[in-house]
Structures are given as structure tokens and as C-alpha cells.
Design a protein around this ligand. Structure first.
Ligand SMILES: O=C(COP(=O)(O)O)[C@@H](O)[C@H](O)[C@H](O)[C@H](O)COP(=O)(O)O
Ligand code: MN
Ligand code: MN
Length: 345
């Protein structure tokens, strides 16, 4: 899978990031999102593959592009037999977030990215657009920290696993009223808190890289983003656990359906028999092969944002593969016009 798709998916996230970054700081989050979706879809449909979107845009609002269930890739098009023998191709599932952090782009803030994860059919958990309680941590703490434990206990374990004092740990938490008690507990335990307004995919993955000064992600974010984060963490060997949150009262903000009962019924319809199950990264991204790709839109902890120059742009992406066991940072110069000068850095 990696051989055929590895390079192409870099271009998919690059094109989405470039399109979205043109709207950076313009205060129009919907446009920043729409152009990313369009660009991602256009590039994806040029790939020689049979893909299906399992996590995509607007499950409830019936988004017109990259919606859940949409088939993507040349080999799913009506005239596919002119280009491909579909029987020779593995069917793949794709989770996308063409603009992860639309507010961040609209207000010119750090941490947004175009991102996707790929696996063979059935290899990614088709999460509903609910929320998810998440715990991410470095590989050294994998299986030692536990989402069932309190933040205080997990910080103690993390401090032992990483051989640093609790005071030397930094935990990322989304700045939401629902996290008031969690934030207080982390502070009381002695760790430092980095509050983010959006973009918990970047925060989760950053835990797996030493040098980011991010040692854990705790709290509740969106479930689809949880699956995408888990795909990267599965490849990197980092710790990731997620638990669906279906009770609107727990979340306090945002869209999460009408009622707890309605949401439970919806989970049952999706054959999710244990709504309180705690999933680890191997369950959220269970495929034999998992690929993850992201391209910075605005600057972030792991990647720089899109930088334009006269006649072109420069992007930084990250491609992670469970197959080749690699995390590749890709620095690309895009020439929109005839090359004049390419600046080295
Ligand atoms: O920041 C986020 C928004 O993603 P997007 O809509 O693609 O720009 C995600 O990283 C978060 O995981 C999540 O969507 C957020 O926590 C939603 O919570 P809330 O804002 O409280 O409704
Ligand atoms: Mn998102
Ligand atoms: Mn998004």
C-alpha cells in the first residue's frame, strides 16, 4: 500500500493545506474549510486506487464532498474500467480532516493541518461525530498510563516512565468549560498545562515526539479526530486511548445530538454494543497497514505552515507508515510559475 500511495498522499495533504492557507487570517472559517475539502478531493480522485471515506465531512449536515461513504480514487469512477482492473486493487478506507483547526486558520493561529489516515477496508474505526475522551502520551508510558486513572495518578506514572518530575511535565488540554476540574487537578498535581483553543490532533501526535515539550493530551475532543490521532499513534508506538462521549451534559458545548438517549440509540444502530468501551490505538486503527499524512497549514509543533513566495509556496508534511516503520518529514517547494529562484531554506 505504501509503495503506491506514499508519495501521492503527501500531495493530497499538501494541496489541501495550500488551498486553505490562502484564507489564513481572513476570519472566514467555512471558506478555509471548503477550499481544503475541494483541493483534497480533487487530488485524491487522481490516485489509482479504490477508496472509501469512513471519516469525513459533515455526517449530519450531508456535506457534498468527502462525505462518509463517498468513493474516491480513479478506480471508483464510472469509467474506471478504462484505467484499472478494480479486482487487482485492495479496497481502502480513508479518514480525512482536510482542515483540522478551521478556527486556527481563520484567525491566523498555530496548530492547523490538513490530515488523513488510510488503511485497508475495515482497518479504521468509523467513529460517529460524537466526542471522545482522550489520553495520549509518549511510547515510554504506553500501557502504563490509563484513561481510567485520575489525572494525578497518570502524571505520577508519566513522571516515572519519562524519568522527570511531575513539575517538568506539560499536558495539553482543550480550553473548554468542561475541562475546568481537569485543569485544576493537573495544576494541583504540579504539572504545567498548555491550553489550546482547537487542534487536538496535533497535540496528541506531538506526545510521540521527544523535543516537543508536550508529554500528554488529556480531556475531551471530537471522536473523528481521535481516530485520526490513533492512526498516527499506532504507527509511532505512542499511547492513545479513547472513549466515546455521548452525553451532551458531559460536553457542555458543541454539537453532540439531541439527547443522551438519542445518542445511545444511534450508537446501537451503528452496532456499537458497548457505548462505554475504552479503545486503544490498535482498535481505533486496527488494519494490517496504516498510513498517516499531514501538512501544516499554520505553523505547528511538528510542521511549519505554508509559506508563500513570489510564484510558489513551500510546505512541510509528515508521513507515517506502519509498514516501513517510518516517520518522514517532507519539505516541498511548489512552483506555480516557471522557476526563477528556489531559496534553499
Ligand atoms: O479543534 C478541533 C476542531 O476541528 P475542525 O472542526 O476540523 O476545525 C478538533 O481538534 C477538536 O478535536 C474538536 O473538534 C473540538 O474539541 C470540538 O469541541 P467543541 O469546540 O468543544 O465543540
Ligand atoms: Mn478537526
Ligand atoms: Mn476540519
Amino acid at each position: 500500500m505504501e509503495n503506491t500511495l506514499g508519495l501521492e498522499i503527501i500531495e493530497v495533504v499538501e494541496q489541501a493545506a495550500i488551498a486553505s492557507s490562502k484564507w489564513m487570517g481572513k476570519g472566514e472559517k467555512n471558506t478555509a474549510d471548503e477550499v481544503a475539502v475541494e483541493a483534497m478531493r480533487e487530488r485524491m480522485n487522481k490516485i489509482h486506487m479504490r477508496g472509501r471515506i469512513v471519516i469525513g465531512e459533515g455526517e449530519r449536515d450531508e456535506a457534498p464532498m468527502l462525505y462518509i461513504g463517498e468513493e474516491v480514487g480513479i478506480c471508483t469512477q464510472p469509467d474506471a474500467k478504462n484505467f484499472c482492473n478494480p479486482d487487482e486493487l485492495v479496497e481502502i478506507d480513508i479518514a480525512v480532516d482536510p482542515c483540522e483547526g478551521t478556527n486556527l486558520v481563520a484567525y491566523g493561529q498555530n496548530g492547523s493541518m490538513a490530515v488523513l489516515a488510510i488503511s485497508e477496508k475495515g482497518g479504521l474505526f468509523a467513529a460517529p461525530d460524537f466526542y471522545m475522551k482522550k489520553l495520549a502520551a509518549p511510547a515510554a508510558a504506553r500501557g502504563h498510563v490509563d484513561i481510567n486513572k485520575s489525572a494525578t495518578e497518570n502524571l505520577k506514572i508519566l513522571s516515572e516512565c519519562l524519568n522527570r518530575a511531575v513539575e517538568e511535565l506539560v499536558v495539553v488540554v482543550m480550553d473548554r468549560p468542561r475541562h475546568k476540574d481537569l485543569i485544576q487537578e493537573i495544576r494541583t498535581a504540579g504539572a504545567r498545562v498548555r491550553l489550546i483553543s482547537d487542534g487536538d490532533v496535533s497535540a496528541a501526535i506531538s506526545c510521540a515526539f521527544a523535543g516537543t515539550n508536550i508529554h500528554a493530551l488529556m480531556g475531551i475532543g471530537a471522536a473523528p479526530e481521535g481516530v485520526i490521532s490513533a492512526a498516527a499513534m499506532r504507527c509511532l508506538g505512542g499511547h492513545f486511548q479513547g472513549q466515546l462521549i455521548y452525553d451532551p451534559e458531559v460536553v457542555q458545548t458543541g454539537l453532540i445530538g439531541e439527547s443522551r438517549e438519542g445518542n445511545l440509540a444511534r450508537l446501537a444502530e451503528m452496532n456499537i454494543t458497548d457505548p462505554d468501551k475504552i479503545y486503544n490505538s490498535d482498535e481505533l486503527a486496527s488494519g494490517n497497514t496504516v498510513l498517516f499524512a499531514a501538512c501544516g497549514i499554520t505553523p505547528g509543533t511538528l510542521m511549519d505552515g505554508v509559506r508563500f513566495f513570489h510564484g510558489g509556496a513551500r510546505t512541510q508534511s509528515l508521513v507515517i507508515s506502519s509498514q516501513s516503520k517510518t516517520a518522514r518529514f517532507v519539505d516541498t517547494v511548489h512552483l506555480f510559475e516557471e522557476p526563477k529562484v528556489i531559496q534553499l531554506r
